[in-house]
Design a protein around this ligand. Structure first.
Ligand SMILES: [Zn+2]
Length: 312
């Protein structure tokens, strides 16, 4: 089976004026981990194309897209899209279009190639970006752009998004709040940034707020109890993943206690679901993960399972 690895070097040009956890070195850590593994020879590398306006407008308001374009600073300067943490440099718009376009490309390839999966190694991340806002390091909601593309172009009517980033996928929830063709499952530490999601009541948005200190076995058993029966009833035609690796025990921004083996087991659960309902189709998209060694190792075990086994 094929594992597509979609990225673009320009995603590394988006950077903050000073030290910041969401940094270009994150993608480098993933590349290095992949290059040191035999898997590096087996993935099919694809160069992302930028998402176009029509693809972005499926999930973002035109006024918001205009605002991002108008906010781009001149070369050598920086701007902020919200207070404090969502910065813009001269390359940010291009990087954000490529990050969203990578997911569109991944959806197309996985839909066209039986038995394939894809991982988008992109930044800026996306799951905090809503229909009319960017926040939490996120400009465009990459996974949402891909899910909307899968529905609009491939005619899918049941797309599951599993978000195991340690933060609530509030932007994805905002975008698909009234879209029952998407089943969104988001697990997150609560309370923690952005502070949303614990009181959501919806048939197609399954939030799983868990306390600081949650480890892999506790997270998996909560997912199996709360998500799996609904996911099985939903029978997704495509499984998408907001793959954040900031629930790792070494991550500086949160206090979950996952280790590499937990990411392998989470990914096995997702692959098992996809094999039973979605012809094995999985499109996974990088979100958070701020301890560089843990990010590299976590993505590598995730990729090994997406590639069809061969666990570390
Ligand atoms: Zn996160």
């Amino acid at each position: 089976m094929s594992l597509f690895f979609v990225s673009h070097e320009t995603c590394r040009l988006h950077r903050a004026p000073s030290s910041h956890p969401e940094c270009p070195e994150r993608l480098q850590a993933i590349e290095q981990a992949l290059d040191r593994s035999s898997l590096g020879q087996r993935v099919v590398r694809l160069q992302a194309c930028p998402a176009n306006r029509e693809q972005l407008e499926r999930v973002h308001a035109p006024e918001y897209l205009d605002l991002v374009e108008a906010s781009m600073p001149p070369p050598g300067q920086w701007d902020m899209l919200d207070t404090g943490d969502t910065y813009l440099c001269e390359h940010s718009l291009e990087a954000a279009r490529l990050a969203a376009g990578a997911v569109v490309m991944a959806v197309d390839r996985v839909m066209e190639t039986p038995g394939s999966t894809a991982f988008c190694s992109v930044r800026p991340p996306g799951h905090h970006a809503g229909r009319r806002f960017g926040m939490g390091f996120c400009l465009f909601n990459n996974v949402a752009v891909g899910a909307a593309h899968a529905m609009a172009v491939h005619g899918l009517t049941r797309v599951a998004i599993v978000d195991f980033d340690v933060h609530h996928g509030n932007g994805t929830e905002d975008i698909f709040r009234h879209e029952p063709r998407v089943l969104l499952c988001s697990s997150f530490q609560h309370p923690l940034y952005p502070g949303t999601g614990a009181d959501t009541r919806s048939d197609h948005i399954l939030n799983l707020p868990l306390h600081a200190g949650t480890d892999g076995p506790a997270l998996r058993s909560a997912m199996k109890a709360r998500w799996l029966p609904v996911l099985e009833d939903f029978a997704p035609q495509l499984v998408m993943v907001s793959a954040g690796f900031d629930a790792h025990v070494d991550d500086p921004l949160a206090s979950f206690r996952l280790v590499e083996a937990d990411y392998a087991e989470l990914t096995e659960m997702i692959m098992d679901l996809a094999c039973r309902y979605s012809r094995g189709r999985v499109v996974s998209v990088l979100e958070g993960g701020y301890d560089l060694p843990a990010l590299g190792r976590g993505v590598l075990v995730h990729l090994k399972v997406l590639a069809g086994g061969e666990l570390v």
